[in-house]
Design a protein around this ligand. Structure first.
Ligand SMILES: Cc1cc2nc3c(=O)[nH]c(=O)nc-3n(C[C@H](O)[C@H](O)[C@H](O)COP(=O)(O)O)c2cc1C
Length: 185
Protein backbone atom coordinates (compact mmCIF):
# COMPACT_ATOMS: atom_id res chain seq x y z
CA UNK A 1 0.00 0.00 0.00
CA UNK A 2 1.32 3.48 -0.87
CA UNK A 3 1.79 5.60 2.25
CA UNK A 4 -0.44 8.69 2.39
CA UNK A 5 1.32 11.82 1.29
CA UNK A 6 -1.63 13.98 2.31
CA UNK A 7 -2.85 14.30 5.89
CA UNK A 8 -6.17 16.10 6.29
CA UNK A 9 -6.72 17.41 9.79
CA UNK A 10 -10.48 17.91 9.87
CA UNK A 11 -11.90 20.08 12.63
CA UNK A 12 -15.67 20.54 12.66
CA UNK A 13 -17.34 20.89 16.07
CA UNK A 14 -20.77 19.88 14.70
CA UNK A 15 -20.01 17.62 11.73
CA UNK A 16 -23.49 16.12 11.50
CA UNK A 17 -24.99 19.55 10.91
CA UNK A 18 -22.42 20.43 8.26
CA UNK A 19 -23.60 21.12 4.71
CA UNK A 20 -20.35 22.19 3.13
CA UNK A 21 -17.53 20.45 4.97
CA UNK A 22 -19.22 17.07 5.25
CA UNK A 23 -19.31 16.28 1.50
CA UNK A 24 -15.82 17.70 1.08
CA UNK A 25 -14.47 15.56 3.93
CA UNK A 26 -16.19 12.50 2.49
CA UNK A 27 -14.74 13.12 -0.95
CA UNK A 28 -11.24 13.66 0.42
CA UNK A 29 -11.42 10.57 2.63
CA UNK A 30 -12.12 8.36 -0.36
CA UNK A 31 -9.11 9.58 -2.32
CA UNK A 32 -6.11 7.25 -2.47
CA UNK A 33 -3.10 8.78 -0.79
CA UNK A 34 -5.18 10.81 1.66
CA UNK A 35 -5.23 10.11 5.41
CA UNK A 36 -8.27 11.73 6.99
CA UNK A 37 -8.00 12.67 10.64
CA UNK A 38 -11.19 13.88 12.29
CA UNK A 39 -10.06 15.79 15.37
CA UNK A 40 -13.45 16.22 17.06
CA UNK A 41 -14.15 12.51 16.62
CA UNK A 42 -10.80 11.45 18.08
CA UNK A 43 -10.59 13.99 20.87
CA UNK A 44 -14.08 14.99 22.07
CA UNK A 45 -12.52 15.83 25.44
CA UNK A 46 -9.64 17.81 23.85
CA UNK A 47 -7.10 15.35 25.29
CA UNK A 48 -4.82 15.26 22.25
CA UNK A 49 -2.24 12.47 21.96
CA UNK A 50 0.76 14.56 20.96
CA UNK A 51 3.04 11.68 19.95
CA UNK A 52 0.44 10.09 17.68
CA UNK A 53 -0.27 13.45 16.05
CA UNK A 54 3.42 14.19 15.53
CA UNK A 55 4.00 10.76 13.96
CA UNK A 56 1.08 11.31 11.56
CA UNK A 57 2.43 14.71 10.55
CA UNK A 58 5.95 13.36 10.07
CA UNK A 59 4.63 10.74 7.63
CA UNK A 60 2.90 13.31 5.40
CA UNK A 61 4.21 15.77 2.84
CA UNK A 62 1.12 17.96 2.64
CA UNK A 63 -0.80 18.86 5.78
CA UNK A 64 -4.33 20.12 5.13
CA UNK A 65 -6.41 21.93 7.71
CA UNK A 66 -10.11 21.64 6.89
CA UNK A 67 -12.52 23.63 9.06
CA UNK A 68 -15.48 25.99 9.21
CA UNK A 69 -14.38 29.47 10.28
CA UNK A 70 -15.61 30.36 13.76
CA UNK A 71 -15.13 33.82 15.16
CA UNK A 72 -12.62 34.62 12.42
CA UNK A 73 -10.43 31.70 13.39
CA UNK A 74 -10.12 27.93 13.49
CA UNK A 75 -12.46 25.95 15.75
CA UNK A 76 -10.95 25.70 19.22
CA UNK A 77 -9.80 22.07 18.98
CA UNK A 78 -7.63 22.88 15.97
CA UNK A 79 -6.11 25.79 17.90
CA UNK A 80 -5.48 23.40 20.80
CA UNK A 81 -3.88 20.96 18.33
CA UNK A 82 -1.50 23.70 17.18
CA UNK A 83 -0.73 24.65 20.78
CA UNK A 84 0.18 21.16 21.96
CA UNK A 85 1.46 19.36 18.84
CA UNK A 86 3.82 22.02 17.52
CA UNK A 87 6.31 21.66 20.33
CA UNK A 88 9.56 23.56 20.63
CA UNK A 89 12.42 21.28 19.59
CA UNK A 90 10.08 19.43 17.22
CA UNK A 91 8.31 22.07 15.16
CA UNK A 92 10.49 25.09 15.83
CA UNK A 93 13.42 26.29 17.89
CA UNK A 94 16.69 24.38 18.39
CA UNK A 95 16.39 20.97 16.71
CA UNK A 96 12.82 21.72 15.69
CA UNK A 97 12.89 20.63 12.07
CA UNK A 98 10.08 18.06 11.82
CA UNK A 99 7.89 20.26 9.63
CA UNK A 100 10.60 21.82 7.52
CA UNK A 101 9.91 21.44 3.80
CA UNK A 102 6.36 20.17 4.29
CA UNK A 103 3.42 22.02 2.78
CA UNK A 104 0.37 23.46 4.51
CA UNK A 105 -2.97 24.04 2.79
CA UNK A 106 -6.08 25.52 4.39
CA UNK A 107 -9.56 24.46 3.28
CA UNK A 108 -11.97 26.78 5.05
CA UNK A 109 -15.66 27.58 4.81
CA UNK A 110 -17.31 30.78 5.97
CA UNK A 111 -20.86 31.90 6.59
CA UNK A 112 -19.90 35.37 5.35
CA UNK A 113 -20.17 36.13 1.67
CA UNK A 114 -17.08 36.77 -0.42
CA UNK A 115 -17.73 40.52 -0.77
CA UNK A 116 -18.26 40.90 2.99
CA UNK A 117 -14.58 40.04 3.39
CA UNK A 118 -13.24 43.32 2.05
CA UNK A 119 -12.31 46.71 3.44
CA UNK A 120 -15.73 48.10 2.60
CA UNK A 121 -17.58 44.95 3.63
CA UNK A 122 -19.08 43.80 6.95
CA UNK A 123 -15.90 42.08 8.09
CA UNK A 124 -13.60 45.00 7.25
CA UNK A 125 -10.69 42.98 5.91
CA UNK A 126 -9.98 40.55 3.12
CA UNK A 127 -10.21 36.94 4.21
CA UNK A 128 -6.45 36.43 3.80
CA UNK A 129 -5.91 38.64 6.84
CA UNK A 130 -7.71 36.17 9.09
CA UNK A 131 -5.39 33.40 7.91
CA UNK A 132 -2.24 35.30 8.86
CA UNK A 133 -1.72 33.48 12.18
CA UNK A 134 -1.75 30.14 10.35
CA UNK A 135 0.44 31.48 7.56
CA UNK A 136 2.98 32.80 10.05
CA UNK A 137 2.89 29.52 12.00
CA UNK A 138 3.71 27.65 8.80
CA UNK A 139 6.56 30.03 8.03
CA UNK A 140 8.00 29.80 11.54
CA UNK A 141 8.05 26.01 11.22
CA UNK A 142 9.67 26.10 7.77
CA UNK A 143 6.54 24.95 5.96
CA UNK A 144 5.53 26.07 2.51
CA UNK A 145 2.18 27.90 2.51
CA UNK A 146 -0.08 26.68 -0.29
CA UNK A 147 -2.89 28.86 -1.66
CA UNK A 148 -5.92 28.37 0.60
CA UNK A 149 -9.30 27.27 -0.77
CA UNK A 150 -12.22 29.03 0.83
CA UNK A 151 -15.91 28.45 0.24
CA UNK A 152 -17.69 31.64 1.27
CA UNK A 153 -21.42 31.83 1.95
CA UNK A 154 -21.23 28.14 2.80
CA UNK A 155 -24.52 28.01 4.71
CA UNK A 156 -26.41 29.01 1.57
CA UNK A 157 -24.16 27.42 -1.02
CA UNK A 158 -26.00 25.43 -3.70
CA UNK A 159 -25.12 21.77 -4.22
CA UNK A 160 -23.54 22.87 -7.51
CA UNK A 161 -21.35 25.43 -5.73
CA UNK A 162 -20.26 22.82 -3.19
CA UNK A 163 -19.49 20.35 -5.98
CA UNK A 164 -17.48 22.99 -7.82
CA UNK A 165 -15.54 23.72 -4.64
CA UNK A 166 -14.79 20.02 -4.16
CA UNK A 167 -13.55 19.78 -7.74
CA UNK A 168 -11.34 22.83 -7.23
CA UNK A 169 -9.84 21.32 -4.08
CA UNK A 170 -9.22 18.03 -5.82
CA UNK A 171 -7.34 19.85 -8.58
CA UNK A 172 -5.23 21.65 -5.99
CA UNK A 173 -4.30 18.33 -4.37
CA UNK A 174 -3.27 16.79 -7.68
CA UNK A 175 0.50 17.23 -7.22
CA UNK A 176 0.39 15.04 -4.08
CA UNK A 177 -2.03 12.39 -5.34
CA UNK A 178 -0.97 9.10 -6.90
CA UNK A 179 -0.95 9.35 -10.70
CA UNK A 180 -4.00 7.14 -11.14
CA UNK A 181 -6.17 8.76 -8.42
CA UNK A 182 -9.78 9.08 -9.47
CA UNK A 183 -12.12 11.52 -7.78
CA UNK A 184 -15.36 9.95 -6.60
CA UNK A 185 -18.57 11.32 -8.08
C1 LIG B 1 -19.71 29.64 16.66
C2 LIG B 1 -19.69 30.04 15.21
C3 LIG B 1 -18.91 31.11 14.81
C4 LIG B 1 -18.86 31.48 13.46
N1 LIG B 1 -18.05 32.53 13.10
C5 LIG B 1 -17.98 32.88 11.79
C6 LIG B 1 -17.09 33.92 11.38
O1 LIG B 1 -16.34 34.50 12.16
N2 LIG B 1 -17.08 34.26 10.07
C7 LIG B 1 -17.88 33.63 9.14
O2 LIG B 1 -17.81 34.01 7.95
N3 LIG B 1 -18.71 32.63 9.51
C8 LIG B 1 -18.77 32.23 10.80
N4 LIG B 1 -19.60 31.20 11.17
C9 LIG B 1 -20.34 30.46 10.12
C10 LIG B 1 -19.62 29.15 9.73
O3 LIG B 1 -18.33 29.43 9.24
C11 LIG B 1 -20.44 28.41 8.66
O4 LIG B 1 -21.67 28.07 9.24
C12 LIG B 1 -19.71 27.15 8.20
O5 LIG B 1 -18.51 27.49 7.54
C13 LIG B 1 -20.56 26.33 7.25
O6 LIG B 1 -19.90 25.10 6.95
P1 LIG B 1 -20.60 23.69 7.32
O7 LIG B 1 -21.85 23.58 6.47
O8 LIG B 1 -19.61 22.64 6.99
O9 LIG B 1 -20.92 23.71 8.80
C14 LIG B 1 -19.65 30.80 12.50
C15 LIG B 1 -20.44 29.72 12.93
C16 LIG B 1 -20.46 29.34 14.25
C17 LIG B 1 -21.32 28.16 14.67
Amino acid sequence: MTPSRILVIYAHPAPRRSRANKPLARALASLPGVAMHDLYWHYPDFDIDVRIEQAAVEAAELIVFQFPVQWYATPSLLKEWLDVVLEMGWAYGPGGTALRGKHLMVLATTGGRAHSYSQAGTHGYTFDMFLLPLQRTAALCGMQWEPPHVLHDADDASPEAIDAHIAQVRAALQPWLPDDADFPA
